[in-house]
Design a protein around this ligand. Structure first.
Ligand code: GAR
Length: 198
C-alpha cells in the first residue's frame, strides 16, 4: 500500500477528497498523517474527524529549518512514499526538496506556469483570462514549479464571478488530484523534461 503524508495550510477540502477516494477504494493508498504549518488549520480538524493522525509543524513559531528537520524525521520514520501538498502555503527549502527529490507532489489552481503563488484563482480572474484550470506537478526548488503530471483547462465565462470560478476550479481539483495520484502510484504517468530550466 502506498503510504502518503498530506500537507495543508487551510480548509483541507483537497485532503478530504483524497481521503474519500481512498475510503471508496478508487485510490489505493493510506494517508499515514495529515500535517500543517498552521496549528489552527481547519484541515487538521477535518483530518482528525476522518480518523487520520495529525501533526503540527508551527513554522511561524519555530522557523522553517527546525520544522523541516522535524518533518523530514517523521517522513522517514513513517516510511512515507509520497509527500502530497494540498494547499500547503509555505515555500520548502531547496535542501528539503532535494532530500525528497521526485517524491513531492503539488496541486495548484491555475494552468502553470501562469499565476503561481497565492490566490491564483483571483489573479487569473482579475487578469481577465478566457481559459484557466488546474495543474498537478512534481515539486522542484522553485515555487509552484516542476514537471507537470496533469492539467485540466476550463473556459472562464463572460460575466463569471470569482466565487463561481473558484467553485468550478475546486470541483476539478477534487477529481484531478486523486486520478493523477492513482496514475502516478501505478507508474502510468509520463512527464516531460523538455521544459526550460531558466
Ligand atoms: C487549493 O485550491 C489548492 O490548489 C491551493 O490552495 C487551495 C487549498 O484548498 N494551493 C495553492 O495555491 C498552492 N500554491 P483546500 O485547503 O480546501 O484543499
Amino acid at each position: 500500500m502506498t503510504r502518503i503524508a498530506v500537507f495543508l495550510s487551510g480548509h483541507g477540502t483537497n485532503m478530504e477528497a483524497l481521503a474519500e477516494k481512498i475510503r471508496s477504494g478508487d485510490l489505493e493508498a493510506e494517508i499515514v498523517f495529515a500535517a500543517s504549518d498552521n496549528p489552527d488549520a481547519g484541515g487538521l480538524e477535518r483530518a482528525a474527524a476522518l480518523g487520520i493522525e495529525t501533526k503540527r509543524y508551527p513554522f511561524q513559531l519555530n522557523g522553517r529549518t527546525a520544522c523541516e528537520e522535524e518533518m523530514a524525521r517523521d517522513i522517514e520514520k513513517e516510511r512515507i512514499d509520497w509527500i502530497v501538498l494540498a494547499g500547503f502555503m509555505r515555500i520548502l527549502s531547496p535542501e528539503f526538496v532535494s532530500r525528497f527529490s521526485g517524491k513531492i507532489v503539488n496541486i495548484h489552481p491555475s494552468l502553470l506556469p501562469a499565476f503561481p503563488g497565492k490566490d491564483a484563482i483571483v489573479q487569473a480572474w482579475r487578469y481577465g483570462v478566457k481559459v484557466t484550470g488546474v495543474t498537478v506537478h512534481l515539486v522542484d526548488e522553485r515555487v509552484d514549479h516542476g514537471p507537470i503530471l496533469a492539467q485540466e483547462a476550463i473556459p472562464v465565462e463572460t460575466g463569471e464571478t470569482v466565487e463561481s470560478l473558484e467553485s468550478r476550479i475546486h470541483e476539478i481539483e477534487h477529481r484531478l488530484y486523486w486520478q493523477t495520484l492513482r496514475n502516478l502510484f501505478n507508474g502510468k504517468i509520463q512527464f516531460s523534461e523538455r521544459r526550460s530550466r531558466s
